[in-house]
Write a protein that binds this ligand. Sequence first.
Ligand SMILES: O=C(O)c1cc(C(=O)O)c2c(n1)C(=O)C(=O)c1cc(C(=O)O)[nH]c1-2
Length: 233
Amino acid sequence: MRDDEKRPWTREEFEQKLREKGAGYHIHHPFNVRMNSGQLNPDQIRGWVANRFYYQISIPLKDAAILANCPDREVRRRWIQRIIDHDGRQGEEGGIEAWIRLGMACGLSREEIVSLKHVLPGVRFAVDAYVNFARTRPWQEAVCASLTELFAPQIHKERLANWPQHYPWIDPAGYEYFRKRLSEARRDVEHGLTITLDYFKTREQQERALEILQFKLDILWTMLDAIQLAYCK
Ligand SMILES: O=C(O)c1cc(C(=O)O)c2c(n1)C(=O)C(=O)c1cc(C(=O)O)[nH]c1-2
């Protein structure tokens, strides 16, 4: 191998490599493409929302695992906001409640959503793999895995732009979750990106970071594979 092949990427090059991973984001999954172009029926939309709820309730467990593994007080002070964003607190509903309201706006009942009875085995396995990764790997690796959020604002934006016209039967009050995530994801990803660019220094480590991001992309992709198989006959 030539020497320059082993040279660490500069911060800018490394960030660019991470961003290029967006080509494999679930925004390009056939199920998401159908969902976003108005081709799904109400049962299919409800199936997606009910299954994604399992991801929503697992994100704070994942973030709590990062906190539990992180000895850096300054990082914890910022990271803890993610748990509050999803769990909410007195007077602020939080993302999990907003997701339940999205489900209700789509015609699911609260009981049906929180019972997890629609959650498919493939979705459960994929989401659990993310939580287990955060529990067992160094906290900086779990931070790196969260960087799919680099690509999330675009997917939320597309839903806000397209769903009201494609799915007039959904109560628009349900879209608050997507609106909230636009700003939260931008703030989160800035912090996660700084930690990742600081921690993965050698070329080998940087390549490992790309593999971690791919692992997370695969989790999101696999969830939609399972959902598509179950709801698109
Ligand atoms: O709707 C989506 O497509 C989507 C994707 C992702 C993501 O890329 O992981 C997240 C979210 N939404 C999201 O709402 C969210 O709160 C979130 C947290 C995280 C994370 O890894 O910590 N990803 C995502």
